[in-house]
Design a protein around this ligand. Structure first.
Ligand code: PMP
Length: 454
């Protein structure tokens, strides 16, 4: 059966004029129409409508962790749909797949994080975390304890609330929930730590948190939300010990710590969850999505501690929060099959070797003239380009350096994601050593070509 007619590239692009792209310059797209039509994918490769085979250097969008076209997940989804296409998890209904996935996630998450709320995106996972914490404080008779601390450089999503928690640069010209969020300083040592050692910089960030809490009042602050490694804000690793120290301050002031592990969980940094296993702190809530199903189905999880759940399930109130597709059977089946595959093939363990090779390969580009900083960890990397290495002066937006580099790389068979002066690489977690070498060579050639053209 043909579900839709085969289309030529032009046919797709004509139809595509009806589609509103995400995070795009819609005016530019209208003018140059330069879009790549992806028609197929397998392993770490994707194929475009012109027959080009490209290395998927961004893993879909930081999400296709186990690689494309994995039959185990596709079959599990089909099997689930044949057995039960849909039922909700509202009221007193549940179904075996959502229950089993919640139990599995609880077994993988740090100790006290045992209760899982499903939704369909990282944005809604974060909104859900905030709604749950606000309700938690209402239940405890603390109706004023609602403000949110986030950070410059954060990315937490695109809904009205999650964009408010995201770094202000992402809502330029757009509105969001006003007055609820305070942004703490960026943890980016290379950019912000001038004149300090890394340890002194870390001290200053912890002090910023303490000062902010004293100014706003702990009785008015519900939570601090932070990604273990900032992703879409430019792949920023915080200084050593930062998360542990921030978590300790939050605990002292009775402020809940939300670790946004939408990107960092499910193997990208070599562990199922990064907060405890890599950075040594236990948050009160973890939000995750992307690698949970490796992108085969839209699914997110807000994983809350037993203590929070105990409060919100006391007599005298309802859990008035729900999405029709929360725990959708097909999405839950994809999650279970994806995790089973990760365990069977020991993907997180393998990432500790191959991801490290990837990290070192990209760090090997640091000698190039316009490479300011190569940063990140394992399969979550960013390269920031500068006009002047000594002053770290960046390129002007009209130089479109990221875009030029991404195009030069794509011409050579690699998809990378441009973000202003930064190129982001977040590939599948199953890259071979040979593909890692190939990515290093393509990036070097592309950077050299663009440097010559400047
Ligand atoms: N948090 C983080 C850390 C993210 O990187 C993203 C998406 N890139 C989100 C939340 C939002 O997830 P979604 O796009 O699925 O809403």
């Amino acid at each position: 059966m043909t579900i839709k007619p085969d289309m030529t590239t032009d046919g797709v692009l004509t139809a595509d004029t009806h589609l509103i792209q995400s995070f795009a310059d819609l005016n530019l797209l209208k003018q140059d129409g330069a879009r790549t039509v992806i028609v197929g994918a397998e392993g770490s490769m994707v194929r475009d409508s012109e027959g080009n085979e490209l290395i998927d250097g961004i893993g879909g969008l930081w999400c296709v962790n186990v690689g494309h076209g994995r039959k185990e997940i596709i079959d599990a989804i089909a099997q689930q749909l044949n057995q039960l296409d849909f039922y909700s998890t509202f009221y007193n209904f549940t179904h075996p797949t959502a229950a089993a996935l919640a139990e599995k996630i609880a077994s993988l998450a740090p100790g006290p994080l045992n209760k899982v709320y499903f939704a369909n995106s990282g944005s809604v996972a974060n909104d859900s975390a905030i709604r749950i914490l606000h309700h938690y404080n209402n239940r405890l008779g603390r109706p004023k304890k609602k403000k949110i601390l986030s950070r410059i450089g954060a990315y937490h999503g695109s809904t009205h609330l999650s964009i408010a928690m995201t770094t202000p640069a992402y809502s330029d010209g757009w509105d969001h929930a006003e007055g609820l969020v305070h942004h703490l300083k960026s943890p980016h040592f290379w950019r912000e730590g001038d004149g300090m050692t890394e340890a002194e910089f870390c001290d200053s960030l912890v002090q910023d948190l303490k000062d902010t809490i004293e100014n706003i009042g702990a009785e008015n602050i519900a939570t601090f939300i932070a990604e273990p490694v900032q992703g879409a804000g430019g792949v920023v690793m915080a200084p050593d010990g930062y998360h542990r120290r921030m978590a300790a301050v939050c605990e002292d002031y009775d402020i809940k710590y939300i670790a946004d592990e939408v990107v960092t969980a499910f193997g990208r940094l070599g562990h199922f969850f990064a907060s405890q296993d890599i950075f040594g702190y236990t948050p009160d809530i973890i939000t995750t999505a992307k690698g949970l199903t490796s992108g085969y189905q839209p699914l997110s999880a807000t994983i809350v501690s037993d203590e929070i759940h105990e409060v919100i399930s006391r007599p005298g109130g309802m859990f008035l929060h729900g999405m029709t597709y929360s725990g959708h059977p097909a999405a839950a089946a994809a999650g279970l099959a994806n995790i089973a595959l990760m365990e069977k093939e020991q993907i997180p363990e393998r990432v500790r070797t191959t991801g490290k090779l990837f990290e070192n390969t990209l760090k090997g580009l640091s000698d190039l003239h316009i490479v300011g900083e190569v940063r990140g960890s394992h399969f979550m990397m960013g390269i920031e380009f500068v006009k002047d290495k000594a002053t770290k002066q960046g390129f002007a937006p009209e130089d479109a350096i990221g875009l030029k580099l991404a195009r030069a790389a794509q011409k050579r068979g690699l998809i990378a994601r441009p973000l202003g002066n930064i190129l982001i690489l977040s590939p599948t977690l199953i890259l071979t050593e040979q593909q890692i070498g190939q990515i290093g060579n393509i990036l070097r050639d592309s950077i050299e070509e663009v440097t010559r053209s400047l």
